[in-house]
Design a protein around this ligand. Structure first.
Ligand code: SF4
Length: 457
């Protein structure tokens, strides 16, 4: 039997427990301007490479998914929309038959699909359909060939990044039991479960590879990533599995994992040098590995990232930033921008604040940061105009009007589409904020030159 490495609880306080942990939060429930959870399909389909996402929705849903996918053209796409037109309750039986027909046609034509997600949306005709029943019905037809699951990406139930959360939460019951896998490998079950780490949240492959390398060098044993790159490589989970969130918007997934007995390693999120180091240290500490080992292993990457950030700091220091609630990445990003780049936080809005998952992040925010949760968009726009920040992070719907008013904006959606985690991406992440400011400065300089030339002529 292999040696048992004691699981040590995280030493508190690893980070100073002050900042905004108990800060008051402005809660607003009004009109909101956020994408729905269908958007997550755009990054999820790239990750699980033998999965297919079939949106059961309207033409609006089809347009959203298509335009969010931009100009991507695939010979064999991995998402589509089954359009359910208006129909009354009497027509529901037909709708179910129609859905079955679409699924059969798809799976016969595409034997490469090993996992199919039926993704619900918000038109009333779709809400009337029981997609979980449809998934079980269809699963019986494709037993051992295709896993068929369902989740909702409806704009009524989910915002932008909650689509990923709903998708992963739907996948958790499919994860194999760690004990069964340990038994198959001939090792002690409890030992194997206690020694595995599950990194949770969709990461670009290049970032996943970087983290896998660092965790291996640090000595964290048996690391798995969820979601995996293929449906045949679902990671094991059981009581004693420790999981580490890579994304701050996975409340439902976390709940589902805990329902399977896994326990969360509390940590800030791996954005910037500080966040990435603290995240790796939290993982190491949970496996009894000293912080000095992490510091030694990560030194070259930290030094590289710190040097690269200096250039960005020169562009961003002292600039004021206002976050509208959109991706749920706002609080970790605000922490990174204020602490590593010297930016000032005018307001940090988030669609939903999970105090427990964000505790270490809140502790690192400057005391007195204006925090808001939810949205009443007109009121928030008024606050934003009053603050006149240097840059505003918001959804596409608000960006154009704010640009027209003379404010510089950054689309929140780009932050989810770009590789931004870890040391190697820290400067790229900072550049996502500095580029719009540089562009605005160049435009202003160009206008000033034209005006000066006009004045001379
Ligand atoms: Fe619109 Fe709802 Fe479809 Fe999203 S799910 S595109 S909010 S109709």
């Amino acid at each position: 039997m292999s040696a048992v490495i004691p699981i040590r609880e995280r030493r508190e306080p690893v980070l100073h427990d002050s900042g905004c942990v108990d800060a008051p939060v402005l809660r607003e429930r009004g009109q909101r301007e956020v994408f729905c959870g269908l958007t997550g399909i755009i990054w999820m389909h790239r990750k699980i490479q033998d999965a297919f996402f079939l949106v059961v929705g309207s033409r609006t849903c089809a347009h959203l998914v298509q335009s969010a996918a931009g100009v991507m053209i695939f010979a064999e796409p991995r998402f589509a929309t089954a359009i359910i037109d208006e129909r009354d309750l009497a027509g529901l039986a037909d709708a179910n038959d129609e859905l079955d027909r679409v699924v059969h046609r798809l799976l016969e034509r595409r034997p490469d699909i090993k996992m199919l997600f039926l993704v619900g949306s918000c038109p009333s005709e779709v809400i009337k359909l029981d997609l979980s029943r449809a998934a079980s019905r269809l699963s019986r037809d494709y037993l051992n060939r295709v896993r068929i699951l369902n989740y909702s990406g409806s704009g009524i139930e989910t915002t932008f990044t909650q689509g990923e959360d709903a998708c992963l939460a739907a996948l958790v019951p499919e994860l194999p039991v760690a004990q069964a896998m340990a038994g198959a490998a001939g090792t002690d079950a409890a030992d194997a479960a206690a020694r595995s780490l599950l990194v949770v949240g969709c990461l670009p492959d290049v970032v996943e590879d970087q983290f896998a390398r660092l965790l291996a060098q640090i000595g964290v044993p048996d690391v798995h990533f969820f979601p995996p790159r293929s449906s045949g490589k679902l990671p094991p989970v059981d009581a004693g599995t420790r999981y580490l969130l890579a994304q701050p918007f996975l409340a439902e997934t976390a709940r589902a994992l805990e329902g399977r007995g896994a326990s969360r390693i509390a940590a800030p999120f791996p954005f910037g040098v500080e966040g990435t180091t603290a995240w790796l240290q939290a993982a190491a500490a949970a496996f009894g590995i000293d912080a000095a080992v992490v510091n030694e292993v990560t030194r070259p990457a930290r030094e590289r990232a710190t040097r690269a950030l200096q250039r960005e700091r020169a562009l961003l220091e002292g600039k004021r930033i206002f976050f509208f609630p959109d991706s749920q990445l706002e609080i970790p990003l605000a922490r990174f921008l204020s602490r590593e780049l010297g930016m000032q936080l005018a307001e940090v809005g988030t669609p939903y604040l999970h105090r427990d998952h964000l505790r270490d992040e809140l502790a690192l925010l400057p005391t007195g940061t204006a925090l808001s949760e939810g949205q009443d968009v007109e009121k928030q726009l008024d606050r934003c105009r009053e603050q006149a920040p240097d840059i505003v992070v918001c959804g596409l719907g608000l960006a154009n009007p704010l640009e027209a008013e003379g404010l510089t904006t950054k689309w929140a959606i780009e932050l989810v589409f770009s590789p931004i985690h870890g040391y190697e991406q820290a400067a790229d992440l900072a550049a996502l904020f500095s580029r719009p400011l540089v562009r605005r400065a160049k435009l202003a300089a160009g206008r000033a030159t034209v005006n000066a030339e006009d004045a001379c002529s």
